[in-house]
Design a protein around this ligand. Structure first.
Ligand SMILES: Cc1cc2nc3c(=O)[nH]c(=O)nc-3n(C[C@H](O)[C@H](O)[C@H](O)COP(=O)(O)OP(=O)(O)OC[C@H]3O[C@@H](n4cnc5c(N)ncnc54)[C@H](O)[C@@H]3O)c2cc1C
Length: 416
């Protein structure tokens, strides 16, 4: 069933009796050519592109809970491609281009809103670094503008410009960045993949891998064994736990990251704003709530909830940047588990087991990567070759020392 304005009108006139479930609820078959473990944004996008671009016919996505219950439905919805390094920027720009055509591709309203992202700088050195980053973005075909303090003031007059400790010296603006409704992305990809014959199997936890003579034969699940020619794992914060079942120890740590939403306010924020002197970023949802977040919790955890010291730290950042936020009431907050890699960049690669592929290590930033991650993972699964934009995301970069040191903080996930 295609969605359209006409369809909404027609259903409105006839009592909304014609809507169908957005995807089927199939029983698992005994064998698939390709199984994707994890029904988050990345797993569902992979299935969609496998079917649509690479013409694969026998695909299942196995999700232990429900579609959209993981990080894809828990993040703060920011999309952007404002990276510096060669291994990253072409990939994230590819992703932003896919976001720009996503709703037409999926025939689904994901509320893609290119309202802009502004990274504030608070020292001359930081402005120089942003100029360099902006130039790297332009060289890779992305958009970037360096704003002076007056331009920032015109855009966001409520910011604390003359804070003695963190004066605002300008900002790097990417107008094509913005927000996308997070869980609609999961639903849109699920519906599109399902319409091309992909089986999306919820409440089906992968509990082990059947590996014979170095080759994967299928997965053990809470609903029995399912055979597969190839298996792609895209389970984000659960990566270490799932890959451990295939005998692998990953260069990842899992930490909780929290998100916060205030009561609904009249439109006040022009787009996404990030504080350059502390870990705080904020946007405003279409319902009016200020959506904000900051640092990960400082210890490893698989619990999808946060702790009070980080809440205090995030709120301090908010107060330093825009003191008026202190008047808003915090309505709700929640946590998700981040798969933090040791250089802040992801891994999309084959594994030492034939037919078993891995996609993870997204740290804070995997939502914006969803379309490209799915696309390049589909490319890898189907062709056995890395996509041109993802050649740097290999496992062995940690052994060979070819890190993508985007954040330059090495093995300290709590500083990413
Ligand atoms: C609070 C917060 C804010 C964030 N903000 C942003 C942001 O603004 N911008 C941005 O780019 N990124 C952001 N992120 C990061 C982003 O959400 C993640 O990197 C990304 O969503 C991870 O990929 P995913 O969608 O596939 O993960 P998930 O949705 O977590 O999908 C993984 C799925 O695997 C399933 N699974 C796990 N184990 C098994 C198993 N054994 N068998 C079967 N299924 C299994 C899980 O149930 C889950 O549904 C944020 C994350 C959080 C938590």
């Amino acid at each position: 069933m295609r969605y359209s304005g006409f369809r909404v009108l027609r259903e409105g006139l006839f009592g909304h009796k014609g809507w169908k479930p957005a995807w089927r609820d199939p029983a698992p078959k005994t064998h698939y050519d390709i199984i994707i473990v994890g029904g988050g944004g990345h797993g569902l996008a992979t299935a969609h592109y496998l079917a649509k671009i690479y013409g694969e016919k026998s695909i299942a996505v196995l999700e232990k809970g429900w579609i959209g219950g993981g990080n894809v439905g828990r993040n703060t919805t920011i999309v952007r491609s404002n990276y510096l390094l060669d291994g990253n920027e072409p990939f994230y720009e590819f992703s932003l281009k896919l976001w720009e055509g996503l709703e037409q591709d999926l025939n689904y309203n994901a509320m893609v809103s290119q309202r802009g992202i502004l990274n504030l700088c608070h020292s001359d050195a930081q402005r120089d670094a942003y100029r360099r980053r902006g130039n790297a973005m332009l060289l890779n075909g992305a958009d970037a503008e360096l704003l002076d303090p007056d331009q920032v003031r015109r855009m966001a007059p409520f910011l604390n410009f003359d804070n003695a400790r963190f004066p605002i010296k300008g900002g790097l603006l990417q107008r094509r960045g913005g927000t996308v409704r997070h869980d609609a992305v999961a639903w849109g990809y699920a519906r599109a993949a399902d319409s091309r014959g992909v089986d999306i199997i919820q409440n089906c936890e992968v509990t082990g891998f059947r590996i014979e003579k170095g080759r994967v034969k299928g997965v053990e699940t809470s609903r029995g064994f399912i055979g597969a020619g190839k298996v792609g794992v895209a389970v984000a914060g659960s990566s270490s736990r799932v890959m451990e079942k295939a005998g692998m120890r990953l260069p990842l740590e899992s930490h909780a990251l929290q998100a916060f939403v205030s009561e609904g306010l009249k439109p006040v924020l022009p787009g996404v704003i990030t504080f350059g002197a502390g870990h705080f970023y904020v946007s405003q949802s279409d319902k009016g709530g200020l959506v904000f977040g900051g640092d990960i919790d400082g210890y490893n955890s698989y619990a999808q909830r946060g702790n009070l010291p980080v809440i205090e730290d995030v709120c301090e950042g908010g107060m330093a940047l825009m003191p008026m936020i202190g008047r808003a009431r915090l309505l709700r907050m929640w946590g998700g588990i981040m798969d933090m890699s040791m250089d802040g960049s992801p891994i999309i690669d084959r594994t030492p087991v034939d037919g078993l592929y891995f996609n993870g290590g997204w740290c804070y930033g995997g939502f914006k990567a969803t379309p490209a991650s799915g696309y390049v993972f589909a490319h890898l699964l189907s062709t056995d070759q890395p996509h041109d934009t993802a050649t740097a995301y290999r496992f062995d970069r940690f052994r060979r020392g070819y890190l993508i040191d985007e954040k330059g903080v090495g093995a300290q996930p709590n500083l990413h």
